[in-house]
Design a binder for this molecule. Sequence first.
Ligand SMILES: [Zn+2]
Length: 86
Amino acid sequence: MRVISLPCPHCQSRVRAKKSRTMSSMMKEISYQCQNVECGHTFVATLEVSRTVSISAMPNPEVRIPISSRAFLAAKNQLSLDLVAA
Ligand SMILES: [Zn+2]
């Protein structure tokens, strides 16, 4: 699995995730530590669900995620095709 993280904002070195805290089903806070011993920066970043690109086949009615314009157009086109086929 590919791990995506930011480089250290001060020295651009690699960082390592030290711990995470779930804030909600849509957001997590992750604490990172710079791997450059001469820097030593430790910081917190936020990982947040921002928009839907492809609609879930198992939608949770309690989850509200903005839909990307591309996904909206794809869903609208599919609905038009379904109506034509019906
Ligand atoms: Zn650093």
